[in-house]
Design a protein around this ligand. Sequence first.
Ligand SMILES: Cc1cc2nc3c(=O)[nH]c(=O)nc-3n(C[C@H](O)[C@H](O)[C@H](O)COP(=O)(O)O)c2cc1C
Length: 191
Amino acid sequence: MIRILGIVGSPRAGGNTERLVAEALKASAEAGAQTEIVRISDKDIKPCDACMSCRKTGECKIKDDLESIFNKMIEADGLILASPVYFGSATPQIKALIDRAGYLSIARNRVFENKVGAPMVVARRAGHNFTFAQLLFFFLHQGMIVPGSTYWSIAFGREKGEVKEDEEGMLTARVLGKKMVWLIAKIKSPS
Ligand SMILES: Cc1cc2nc3c(=O)[nH]c(=O)nc-3n(C[C@H](O)[C@H](O)[C@H](O)COP(=O)(O)O)c2cc1C
């Protein structure tokens, strides 16, 4: 079974980032994957405080929702990290997840190595590329494998639901969702 986890880094529930991720996961499910979506909007993820205790214990001493999300990330074969653009950047919520999950992974012998990872970004007008790179840097740092789509998996939208009108953006999501399943299948059973 191929498992794909989509993490929505917007604090706004039911927003454009969630719709874009849902479109990708729907395509992954149609291609045979088991999918799950995690919304950071209903989670509490505090920023890393650089205590470095994870280096010694393999655990994060901050007790919030990070651990349960991290465990889902470990179980998944493929991971989507998605964020809206906030002042040209990824949201503080997804950045907190990246920092803590990234350090924890290193403390546990690089648990994301060779998983498939893909960034997705939504903005009203500008800042997609920088935010896309922020998410991409996590995957590349962690030794993950990044598939492409028909374009970078980004879309435009401001008010909730507007992203649906961006046909090309929604297409990049569907192609990405399918491509992740194709790539994971190749990695798991090379022929
Ligand atoms: C605090 C804040 C900062 C934003 N900064 C940008 C920006 O720099 N560039 C941009 O194009 N849109 C910006 N936006 C608009 C959002 O990226 C846009 O509304 C997006 O669709 C929100 O995604 P969501 O519905 O998943 O929350 C900003 C929105 C907020 C709330």
